[in-house]
Each structure stands twice: as C-alpha cells, then as structure tokens.
Design a protein. Structure first.
Length: 367
C-alpha cells in the first residue's frame, strides 16, 4: 500500500502572533526575549527584587494600554474580582507602573502575546500547500487547537479549495502558553494517542520537559500500525540547547518504547536544530534516518527560510531501518514560502500572505 507521510509547520492556521509580522528580525527577537523574561519573572514567589524590571517591561511594551491600541505586543490577562498585578497612573506626560502584587500567589493571571487574525490570502496559501502535498498522513506543527484544525480541514481545504477533507484529525493542547500545538490529519483511522506533556525535565523536576509535547499518534494501516511521534523542540529564540538536547534524548526513549509495539515508528516535526547538532545526533544514534538523506531526494538542502543550506534545515521525517528501504519518493513543497530565491505560488506576494516560513516535507512509502 502506497502511503504519503508529511510534516508541515503551518505557523498557525487562522490567528498568528503579531510579533512574527515584524519585518525587523532584531526587533522581533527583542520582543520575544522580553516576553520570555516577563513570564519568568512573574512566576517568582516574590517580586521584591524584580519589581522595577517588571514595571519597566510592562511600560516598554505598553502592556497597560487598552485594546484599541495596536502597538502592544503582549497583554496581561487577569481574572475579575481578584488581586491585580499592576496599576498604571499618569505622571505629567508619562505613565508610571505601580506593581501591586507581591508575588505569584498574590494575583491570578498570565501574560499572552497578542494575536492577529490572518488575512485570507495567508490562510488560502496554507491550504494550497496542504492540498498540493495531498499527504495520507500530515503532521501539523504550530496549530491553535483541534477545532481550529478541523475547521481548516473542512472549511478551507474542503469547501474553499474543493479538496477531499481528512476524515480524521487530532490534537492535544501542549505546554506552550502561546497555544501552538502539534496535530495530525489522516486518511487512515487514528486508533490511539499518547501525550507526554507531563514529562519532567531531568535537570529540573519542577519543570515540564517538552516545550510543546511529543504526542504519539497510532494510525491503523492494514495489519501493522504506524506510530508518528510529533515534535516541536525548544526554539532557538531565547535559545537553550541543553533543554533541546534533553528533549531529544526523551524522544529517543519514547521511540525505542514505541518500537516494542510496532516496527513502523516515525519521528517527525520541527526539531529546531541542524543535521550536525547534538540533538539530532541523539536521534540518529537510535538508527533513525532522515528522509532527506535518502537517494530518492534531490531537492534543496534546507526546509526553512531560503532553504539554501543545511543551516536552513530544522524540519524532519526520520524513519526506522525497516521503513528506509520502502521509500519511493521524497520531496519538499516550498511554494508557500515568500523568501528570496524560492519559486512560490503566484498568490504568495509577501511575508504577510505566505503560508509559512517552513516547507512541507513528505515521503512516499510502500507499506
């Protein structure tokens, strides 16, 4: 039986983080780093030593402004009737931020990055990528939630593009506070799902290991089930290679355990690291092989941005030895990317309406 398996980082289907629309990379990175710092500071038991810095970050990014103001990149969500984190007060022509809460236990709420609804062109182009790849099993990275995945499946892929919707879709909310999760669309029954959102960091037992999750999707394929391990390892923004390595080691353990149930186990998704990295080496040491190393592949060396070198490669389909010899074709669908040097769809005019910064990677196997 011929089966096409693919992975695609969609960078959200309908709502994308506003910060990723910033053209200036340094500005975008600064916002993400400030967001990560503020989240970290607000998790502390006491704010005594960090009160000034918390106030500085809130003021710097105009978090105190109302919804009518579009300049802020993140907001503080608070429950009504509970203690508040801060109060803004005017002082001359400026605004002073008074931090009211004494620590994490003294207020209820969290920080969110601001999202914008995507223009139809971007949603349409994401659908075009999915339709052109036409995979039997598609791992989707950076998806808002399961209902969003299903609406995209039926409304965009099905009704707008006139393609056959997938009969099966699944997604479990992960650990990322931004709500970017790992889902799957399949033309074959999804018979079981195992989540690893509660796995703990071996270095910090009080912290979750996976930035998102490493879901195990078991799919019915005749007599031998297929298990897809979906991944989105720690990003290089606010980089932590040690955490990414720890995540990869755990993925390797999950892979070996899954092999005891079926010989058909695939590790797929956005590993956020290069082919020569320690994290990827840990997975290769299990016997897994990257489909872009297969003789059937003759495309670009990267999967992200301009895709022009292995420094642009962060997306993977990794196969166990029994499946390597069953590969018939390997390819990238890059036409949803707006980067320089990419032959893209005629409907991709700019970064704003691109499907993603990532290509969709797929392989045809005879199973």
């Amino acid at each position: 039986m011929a089966v096409r398996i693919a992975t695609f980082n969609t960078e959200n289907l309908f709502r994308r983080l506003q910060v990723f629309g910033l053209r200036d990379h340094k500005e975008r990175q600064e916002v993400l780093e400030d967001y990560a710092e503020l989240v970290s500071l607000l998790e502390k038991e006491s704010y005594a030593a960090d009160r000034d810095r918390i106030a500085e970050l809130i003021k710097k990014h105009a978090v105190y402004q109302g919804d009518k103001d579009s300049t802020r990149q993140f907001v503080v969500n608070e429950t009504r009737g509970q203690h508040t984190l801060f109060n803004p007060r005017p002082q001359g022509n400026s605004t002073v931020i008074d931090i009211k809460a004494e620590g994490r236990a003294k207020w209820t709420g969290w920080v969110d990055l601001v999202r914008d609804n995507l223009d139809w062109a971007a949603v349409h182009n994401t659908g075009r990528v999915v339709a052109e790849v036409d995979a039997d099993i598609l791992l989707t990275v950076e998806v808002e939630d399961r209902l969003t995945l299903e609406r995209f499946n039926t409304q965009v892929l099905g009704k707008s593009l006139g393609r056959r919707p997938y009969p099966y879709s699944m997604l479990i909310d992960g650990n990322d506070p931004r709500g970017i999760d790992i889902g799957i669309l399949s033309r074959h029954p999804i018979t079981s799902v195992r989540s690893h959102i509660f796995d703990t960091n071996p270095e910090r037992a009080d912290r979750r290991l996976f930035s998102r999750d490493c879901p195990e999707y078991e799919i019915e394929l005749d007599d031998t089930p297929l298990v897809v391990l979906g991944n989105h390892l720690k990003s290089k923004a606010d980089d932590n290679p040690d955490l990414r390595l720890a995540q990869a080691k755990r993925v390797a353990e999950i892979y070996r355990a899954a092999l005891e149930r079926t010989p058909h186990v695939i590790v797929a998704g956005d590993l956020n690291d290069f082919p020569d990295s320690e994290a990827v080496a840990v997975l290769r040491d299990t016997g897994l092989r990257d489909v872009m190393d297969h003789p059937a592949y003759r495309g670009k060396p990267g999967t992200h941005g301009e895709c022009k070198s292995e420094r642009d490669k962060i997306d993977y389909l990794m196969l166990p030895p029994p499946l390597w010899q069953e590969v018939q074709q390997v390819a990238l669908e890059t036409r949803g990317i707006s980067a320089k040097g990419i032959d893209h769809f005629d409907t991709v005019k700019s970064r704003a309406d691109a499907a993603s910064d990532h290509a969709a990677l797929y392989a045809d196997l005879d199973l």
